[in-house]
Design a protein around this ligand. Structure first.
Ligand code: HEC
Length: 174
């Protein structure tokens, strides 16, 4: 009788399609399994529970925050390493030192008011590098350098001073 008996094998193109579909699904399951710990880990970082990681703005490789010979691990720097928040923001004495450093080193490229020339504006609503939205990201840019003329200032000031100049940069934004 017609319609009975063994079904013909599926069209070869169709079985290749089904095979590659199951292959794709199993691959993406593996990917989810592999990425889950990393995703959860970064979530913990956002809650402020874990100390921040510092990464190069150029290569994203971890930054070695070794102090220069003779530099001190200041109380402010210790707080910053632990919390990722710049403790000098809004502190008058630190801001005065930050202003001096800004005038000496940064304003040639970023202008005295921060409006930008060779370097981008530091006072408009949008930073070119999204990193600059956080204290850690700004520090990464200063410590490790960014693209073009934005060189690392590691040889020019201590890490404590980097925090002070960055606290001053925040005051330029009206
Ligand atoms: C020789 C010129 C030059 C000097 C000096 C300089 N910068 Fe820059 N700066 C740049 C350039 C160019 C960029 C853009 C880099 C990029 O996009 O990767 C930049 C980017 C930045 C950014 C990120 C802004 C954004 O929109 O992404 C910050 C913050 C910054 N500089 C702060 C400073 C501070 C603070 C100093 C002084 C300690 C300084 N710069 C000194 C040229 C300079």
């Amino acid at each position: 009788m017609r319609g009975q008996g063994i079904a013909p094998p599926p069209h070869p193109r169709f079985s290749i399609f089904v095979l590659s579909l199951t292959d794709m699904i199993s691959r993406s399951l593996w990917l989810v399994a592999a990425l889950a710990p990393a995703l959860l880990g970064s979530g913990a970082g956002l809650t402020g529970a874990a100390p921040p990681e510092f990464r190069s703005a150029l290569t994203n490789a971890p930054l070695d925050l070794a102090l220069r010979p003779g530099d001190q691990l200041s109380e402010g720097l210790k707080q910053f390493y632990a919390s990722g928040r710049n403790p000098y923001v809004g502190r008058a004495e630190a801001l005065a030192r930050g202003k001096e450093l800004y005038e000496e080193i940064c304003q040639a490229c970023h202008m005295p008011d921060g409006s930008g020339r060779i370097g981008p504006s530091l006072i408009d609503d949008l930073y070119i590098n999204p990193r600059a939205n956080t204290d850690v990201g700004m520090f990464e840019i200063l410590f490790g350098g960014a693209f073009g003329a934005m060189r690392s200032v590691y040889d020019r000031m201590s890490q404590d001073e980097m925090l002070k100049v960055l606290a001053y940069v925040r005051t330029l934004k009206k």
